[in-house]
Structures are given as structure tokens and as C-alpha cells.
Design a protein around this ligand. Structure first.
Ligand SMILES: [Zn+2]
Length: 264
């Protein structure tokens, strides 16, 4: 094995290990930010019996398996969501390293961090129908860095994506409100799309919004049929974040393949 592939292997293992640990921290963020609680104190505890978790109860995935998905003290079931978040974050960090580490280490790190923010936005919006500004601000910061370090698209593409995404979604929301006299898109979705336009560049933003809209319309039609109500408010950010992640990782390949298919 040559040194190059040795270093790459180490990078992938590190991405997996740190991805799991950060995923464990994301669970704290997803639970405490909407509740307005501090991220630092108190220590993690069972919501039912207040048993304070020891370090060995807190090992990502492993502890869940050893404890059989139950609290050590009161045996109350622990949601599988905690483990799912850890595994999802680990997989997205590995994908970031696999796809971009060799081209640009900084860009691989930007993608890994952005996917962690996506996971928080996904689960918090799913449960609370809220997109918190602090996540949008983090994505703006990562977007500025992406504009500089993206090996695929120019800084100009990122700036157009940011301004264009925000403006387009703002106009759509305004039109919808004028025509239907109710809110279609939340302010959180508009800000989120602007931030992700900056992160992705306009080409990948278009792809991601298209994917999110198609999947959302299919899922929402099924859900509203099943529930038989038209007025229920459904969160849109979970669809958006999936589209953003897909475009961030594979957008450049998909768009290049599409363009060469058209023969342009
Ligand atoms: Zn307990």
C-alpha cells in the first residue's frame, strides 16, 4: 500500500469516528435548542427518571445496542432517533471525505459541517415546524467559505445562488400569500434557501429545489389524502435539506451528465 492510499484510509476512518461523536452532540442540539435549554448543562439524563448518563451510557450506537434501547435505570425505551442521527451524521461525513477529500480538504470539511447542520434543521423542523436563525447563520458562514474553496463552481455562481434563491423564494411566498391569502412558505424556508444558494451555487440550488419540490408534492398529496384535511401545515425544510444534501454531494456530477446528454 502506498502512502497516498494510507493517508486516505486514515482520513476516512477519522471521518467515521468524528462523524459518530459529532452526531451524538447533534442529538443534544436537536433536543435542547427548540426547548431553549443550554447546550452545556445539565448533563445528559433520562427524561423519565432523571438518571444522569455515565460516559459508558453515552458511546454512540454501542451504548444503544448494549442497553437494548432502554434506560439503564428505569428501562424506559430510548427513541431510535438518537442512534439514527449518529449513523446518518457518520455516513454523511464519510461521503464528504470520499467525494471531496482528494480535491480539497477544506471543501470536504465544509460539506461535512453543512450536512450536520442539515440534520439538525431536518429533525427540528419535522417536529416543531421551525427553522432557527442560528442554523441559517451557520450555513451562511459555510456558504462564504464554499464560495472560496468549491472546486466545482465559481464564487460568482455561489453569490448568484444566494441572492437568487432568497429573492425567488421571497417572491413565491409573496405571490402565494396574495393569491391564496395564507402562508405557503415560512420565513425560515426563505432564509434557509438563500443561505443554501450561497453554499451550493445557483446550478446546484436549482437541482435541489426541483428535487425537494417533486418529492414534497408526492409525499404531501399522499399524506393529505390519508388525513383528509387540506389545511394542515406541513414542514417543508425536511424536503429542502434532503435536496440540498443530494445536490451538495452529487449535483456537479448530475448536472455535468445532464449537460453532456444534451450535447451542449
Ligand atoms: Zn430512566
Amino acid at each position: 500500500m502506498d502512502m497516498q492510499s494510507y493517508y486516505l484510509g486514515v482520513a476516512y476512518v477519522l471521518a467515521a469516528v468524528f462523524g459518530l461523536c459529532v452526531g451524538s452532540f447533534l442529538n443534544v442540539v436537536i433536543y435542547r435548542v427548540p426547548a431553549g435549554l443550554s447546550l452545556a448543562t445539565p448533563s445528559s439524563h433520562c427524561p423519565k427518571c432523571k438518571y444522569v448518563l455515565r460516559w459508558y451510557d453515552n458511546i454512540p450506537v454501542v451504548s444503544y445496542l448494549i442497553l437494548g434501547g432502554k434506560c439503564r435505570s428505569c428501562r424506559a425505551p430510548i427513541s431510535f432517533r438518537y442512534t439514527a442521527v449518529e449513523i446518518a451524521n457518520m455516513l454523511l461525513w464519510i461521503v464528504s471525505a470520499l467525494l471531496f477529500w482528494q480535491q480539497s480538504i477544506v471543501y470536504a470539511v465544509i460539506c461535512a459541517l453543512a450536512s450536520s447542520v442539515f440534520i439538525c434543521v431536518f429533525f427540528i423542523d419535522l417536529e416543531h415546524k421551525l427553522v432557527f436563525d442560528r442554523f441559517v447563520l451557520m450555513l451562511v458562514g459555510l456558504g462564504i467559505a464554499a464560495a472560496v474553496f468549491d472546486p466545482c463552481y465559481s464564487a460568482l455562481s455561489h453569490i448568484i445562488g444566494g441572492v437568487g434563491g432568497f429573492t425567488a423564494f421571497y417572491l413565491i411566498a409573496w405571490l402565494f400569500e396574495r393569491i391564496r391569502h395564507k402562508d405557503g412558505l415560512g420565513g425560515g424556508d426563505i432564509k434557509l434557501t438563500g443561505a443554501c444558494g450561497l453554499l451550493l451555487g445557483w446550478q446546484r440550488l436549482l437541482l435541489s429545489v426541483l428535487c425537494a419540490a417533486v418529492v414534497a408534492s408526492v409525499v404531501l398529496v399522499i399524506l393529505s389524502r390519508r388525513e383528509g384535511k387540506e389545511d394542515t401545515e406541513y414542514p417543508f425544510a425536511p424536503f429542502l435539506t434532503c435536496g440540498f444534501a443530494l445536490a451538495m454531494f452529487f449535483g456537479h456530477r448530475i448536472i455535468s451528465a445532464y449537460i453532456s446528454l444534451l450535447g451542449i
